[in-house]
Design a protein around this ligand. Structure first.
Ligand code: COA
Length: 260
């Protein structure tokens, strides 16, 4: 499918989805949200895709937020619809069942930070900046920012970023647990590619099981989370990949996982 606001690439089993509105710092308008929903659904359905990288076009921004020009005239009902559409997209990324890495080279603000937080891992250039500046617009985050930042970095960080609206450096975001890795700008692509390759080479059903257990566990009491883990663990014994992985270890060879 041809997209107006996205570029799609494939490298081995890694699908790259790039938000491509660099003249608007990749701001998320309705169209872009819709296209992202379609692109992620396609990545979920395609068995050849084992990991996804989400990026923003140009040097300046990953995504500089929801589209302020579009939001400016919204009624509360339209804003509710926009918030729900954004939240649906973020949740669909989080629940993709395949690892998703955000490649953040510049601004990840507002909806851009929310998009990065919906991804499973975040790799940032040292030039990247993260923030929830909605308060400066008389707004609050609407694509899950208050909730995912709370869960990712705790109440103190969530309140600091959302109440001040001030962006933080990639290094500070790393210290707060928001970002997994910070690298020099020149090393960003090779770091993201190596990580995505590693994720794509892993046993896909085990990766899906880990994503499920960790995401569910964040929302349930410990006993329920542990039970969920036990069910997932037991389920792995029904897979060819588990026999292959354990067998390969015992035979001192490299495992070849098939996602079965
Ligand atoms: N929505 C719509 N358009 C946006 C945008 C957004 N969130 N962020 C940037 N743009 C547009 C600008 O309006 C400008 O368009 P124009 O050239 O047609 O005037 C273009 O992208 C470039 O942005 P500009 O502000 O000129 O770049 P800058 O380098 O001076 O500043 C930022 C960069 C990121 C600091 C600034 O763009 C900004 O504060 N953006 C909004 C961030 C925000 O509040 N996000 C949360 C939204 S809920």
């Amino acid at each position: 499918m041809a997209y107006r606001n996205l570029e799609i690439g494939n490298r081995g089993a890694v699908r790259t989805i790039t938000v491509n509105r660099p003249d608007k710092l990749n701001a998320l308008n309705r169209d872009t949200l819709n296209e992202l929903g379609i692109a992620f659904a396609q990545a979920a359905q395609d068995d050849a895709v084992r990991a996804v990288v989400l990026a923003g076009a140009g040097d300046k921004a990953f995504v500089a937020g929801a589209d302020i020009a579009e939001m400016h005239g919204y009624t509360p009902a339209q804003a509710q619809g926009f918030s729900r559409a954004g939240q649906r997209l973020m949740t669909s990324i989080e629940r993709l069942g395949k690892p998703v890495v955000a490649r953040v080279q510049g601004f990840a603000l507002g909806g851009g930070m929310e998009l990065a937080m919906a991804c499973h891992l975040r790799v940032a250039s040292e030039k990247a900046r993260f923030g929830q500046p909605e308060i400066n617009l008389g707004l609050i985050p609407g694509f899950g920012g208050t909730q995912r930042l709370l869960r990712l970095a705790g109440r103190g960080a969530a309140l600091e970023l959302c109440l001040t609206g001030a962006p933080v450096t990639a290094q500070r975001a790393y210290e707060l647990g928001i970002v997994n890795r910070v690298v020099a700008a020149e090393a960003l692509d090779e770091t993201v590619d190596a990580l995505a390759d590693q994720l794509a080479a892993a046993a896909p059903l085990a990766a899906a099981g880990i994503l499920d257990a960790v995401l569910q566990g964040g929302e349930t009491p410990l006993d329920q989370g542990l039970e969920f883990e036990t069910q997932g663990f037991a389920l792995m014994f029904a897979t060819e990949d588990m026999r292959e992985g354990t067998g390969a270890f015992l035979e001192k060879r490299k495992a070849a996982f098939k996602g079965r």
